[in-house]
Design a protein around this ligand. Structure first.
Ligand code: NDP
Ligand code: MG
Length: 390
């Protein structure tokens, strides 16, 4: 039996992971499941999958979790330390699917115990890519990408020589507002932004798809994960979300990964790697599909893409600053304190204020430095949001 832990089990990726595991439950021993606010779901899943321990990130919810698990024999714990402790429990396969930079520390700890880490939490790579890779290497651990684009690139690279790669193209649906007139974007609401045309995902990543901050994070993730020069990485709008990424080689070949927008493919690929096993995803009927279309990713409509280029050029702690600023700006938009287009304004301003301070570009990517940059960026973002609110 393979020992499995899921960070962010109550979220969209976590639930899709549990769906796959439930189909072959004899093969897995669930070690730890974690969540944050959705205590009822966490307890239900812990009981169904006979987890050893269930953890909520919120210490104020521990009593609720204990009550929900009473009499089951399943341990309950809470708080960031409990998450790190859970990551230290021996496991063969760990899903990292907490949303935001809160996912970084548990993922690193799982790598330190040599687990295979299925990485949905792209923020880990954006904030601390070199640290993730060096930690995996030092402990003989492996990181498998779960983001659909990066899983696609990973699959296209199997058996290939990375030095023969000329370009990597990741696709973007364009999100909720891809066809809106530019002048209407100023009035776009969080509720409208949270309607994704193709994918069913958590609220935050869905809004990040509308701003293209999701694609911006993914451009940086591509650079960090595959250690590819930014000049070789592009994003293209592909409204149907059937091609997830393409890898171009020096002989002109372009290998595309095609499949329905269902995260259980990328999760299942990472779960069974290096083998392929049947997965419950739709098989595409190309004739019924008829055609696939592509458009340029317009940096006027989506300034996040231009900011991602700046971050990739700067390196250092700029990824951590970028991500934290985006997380706070997104909070501000969801709370209706700033408008849709001000999310990018806040992030750009935080980048320029924080990176103007010495030591942020050339600092070592240690966990302490990343967490400090993350904290400072959040403080600056809050200041700027207050300034905007006047
Ligand atoms: P969701 O919002 O659906 O779920 C997030 C999970 O993280 C939940 O379990 C939530 O708990 C938990 N959580 C929230 N805040 C914290 C915190 N501060 N500390 C610890 N746990 C916390 O997100 P998704 O599943 O959509 O996304 C998860 C990650 O995967 C993100 O990094 C996202 O970018 C990435 N990803 C997601 C895709 C998707 O299809 N959804 C596709 C590709 C990547 P609770 O719900 O109990 O409050
Ligand atoms: Mg993606």
């Amino acid at each position: 039996m393979r020992r499995i832990t899921i960070f962010g089990a109550t979220g969209s990726i976590g639930q899709n992971t549990l769906d796959l595991i439930a189909r072959d439950s004899e093969a897995y021993q669930v070690v730890a499941l974690t969540g944050d606010q959705n205590i009822a779901q966490l307890a239900r899943d812990a009981i169904q999958h006979r987890a050893e321990i269930a953890i909520t990130a919120d210490v104020h919810r521990l009593d609720d979790l204990r009550t929900a698990l009473s009499g089951t024999g399943i341990k309950a714990a809470a708080g960031p330390h409990a998450l790190v402790e859970a990551a230290s429990r021996p496991a063969d396969w760990v899903m990292s699917s907490i949303v935001g930079s809160a996912g970084l520390t548990p993922g690193l700890r799982a790598l330190e115990q040599g687990a295979r880490l299925a990485l949905a939490n792209k923020e880990s790579m954006v904030c601390a890519g070199p640290l993730m890779l060096s930690t995996a290497k030092a402990h003989g651990a492996q990181i498998l990408p779960v983001d659909s684009e990066h899983s696609a690139v990973f699959q296209a690279l199997i058996g290939e020589d990375i030095s023969a790669v000329e370009r990597v193209i990741i696709t973007a649906s364009g999100g909720a507002f891809r066809d809106w007139p530019l002048e209407d974007l100023a009035n776009a609401t969080p509720e409208q932004a949270a309607q994704h045309p193709n994918w069913d995902m958590g609220q935050r990543i869905t809004i990040d798809s509308a701003t293209m901050f999701n694609k911006a994070l993914e451009l940086i993730e591509t650079k960090e994960f595959f250690e590819i020069h930014p000049s070789k990485i592009e994003a293209v709008v592909h409204p149907e979300s059937m091609i997830h990424a393409l890898v171009g080689f020096n002989d002109g070949a372009l290998m595309a990964h095609v499949g329905p927008p269902d995260m259980r493919h990328a999760i299942g690929f990472a779960l069974h790697y290096p083998h392929r096993k049947p997965l419950p995803v739709e098989r595409l009927d190309l004739v019924a599909l008829g055609q696939l279309t592509f458009r340029a990713a317009d940096e006027t409509r989506w300034p996040a893409l231009r900011l991602a280029r700046e971050v990739m050029a700067q390196g250092g702690l700029s990824g951590a600053v970028f991500n934290a600023a985006k997380e706070r700006a997104l909070d501000g938009f969801i709370a209706k304190r700033i408008g849709f287009q001000q999310i990018a304004v806040v992030v750009e301003e935080v980048l320029s204020r924080v990176l103007a301070q010495p030591g942020h570009i050339d600092a070592d990517i240690t966990l302490d430095n990343v967490m400090n940059a993350d904290h400072l960026a959040r403080v600056r973002a809050d200041e700027i949001i207050n300034e905007i609110e006047g």
